[in-house]
Ligand binder design. Structure first.
Ligand SMILES: [Zn+2]
Length: 48
């Protein structure tokens, strides 16, 4: 999984590839700096 350092949007690689098949960036804001995160992320984030 990945998290955008700009908007904090967390997504999987598969999810991202549905938006951008070649580019590697946030599907929400388009920011290119992402951080890799594991699935051990606390479930505090609510999807609004
Ligand atoms: Zn973003």
């Amino acid at each position: 999984m990945y998290v955008c350092v700009r908007c904090g949007y967390v997504f999987t690689k598969e999810e991202m590839e549905e938006f951008f098949r070649r580019d590697f960036k946030c599907p929400r804001c388009g920011y290119r700096i992402l951080r890799k995160v594991r699935k051990e992320v606390p479930k505090r984030v609510k999807a609004v």
